[in-house]
Design a protein around this ligand. Structure first.
Ligand code: ADP
Ligand code: MG
Length: 238
């Protein structure tokens, strides 16, 4: 059974069809990278999986359960966005604990989870600061910490590193790879950075104009692209 399955998901905004019967299945522990040109529907798909946008048609299943009509809070999913969306008036500790509080996790357990992820992401020394007192890279770590604290079944990352400078991006990329190896998490990760895609992915889905054109291992997508678009987009030899 797939950890996450998307069955013929369609999404219309008014008369515009943005997702055209997208189907995908992701195994437990798999790191799936979703790539495609700007405006092709990547964020819309992520928002649909997270429950932030209702789908027009189709189904979304987690571990075989149909969650298509559950609220975001009822889905065992955590999302990290390009904009960090931290609560400015809360400390780092409160920001990380907030999602757990919403889910009525007892206080002692919340405190434990905060210590655990802070240690993992090396932000223990920042726990009492407010977001305004952090660098961009530190804020992105906190945003990741907030997702990790919940230990969801599925992580969604929507271009999480694109606001960071090149050096930090490489550093965070390495860190995300290590986290994935250590925790064995199931991740869907959107990026427009081909190097990020090739280094992180177990599999790559290439999207264009609301369709998945190809889904395969990095090697397959790079060396055996289904068409000229995928070849051009992945910078492959053919
Ligand atoms: P990507 O993340 O791949 O760059 P998006 O999923 O953000 O693309 O957008 C796909 C298309 O859907 C774009 O044409 C965008 O303008 C449109 N779109 C996204 N969100 C909305 C919305 N809330 N209302 C209307 N159109 C939207
Ligand atoms: Mg987007």
């Amino acid at each position: 059974m797939s950890a996450l399955e998307i069955r013929e998901v369609r999404k219309d905004f008014g008369s515009t069809r943005v997702l055209k019967d997208v189907s995908l299945a992701i195994d437990s522990g798999e790191f799936l990278i979703l790539v495609g040109p700007s405006g092709c529907g990547k964020s819309t798909l992520m928002n649909a999986i997270a429950g932030l946008e209702p789908v027009t048609d189709g189904q979304i299943l987690i571990g075989g359960d149909d969650i298509t009509w559950r609220t975001p809070a009822e889905r065992d999913i955590a999302m990290v966005f390009q904009s960090y969306a931290l609560y400015p008036s809360m400390t780092v500790r409160q920001n990380i604990a907030f999602g757990l509080e919403m889910r009525k996790v007892p206080k002692a357990e919340r405190a434990e989870a905060v210590e655990r992820v802070a240690d993992l992401l090396q932000i223990t020394h920042l726990l009492e600061r407010k977001p305004a007192q952090l660098s961009g890279g530190q804020r992105q770590r906190v945003a990741m910490g907030r997702a990790l604290a919940r230990e969801p079944q599925i992580y969604l990352f929507d271009e999480p590193l694109s606001n960071l400078d090149a050096k930090l991006r490489v550093e965070m990329r390495t860190e995300i790879k290590k986290l994935h190896q250590r925790l064995g998490t199931t991740i869907v990760y959107v990026t427009h950075d081909q190097i990020e895609a090739m280094t992180l992915a177990d599999s790559i889905a290439v999207m264009r104009d609301g369709h998945i054109l190809q889904l395969g291992s990095p090697d397959e997508v790079y060396n055996d692209p289904v068409d000229m678009f995928v070849a051009g987009f992945m910078g492959s030899p053919s």
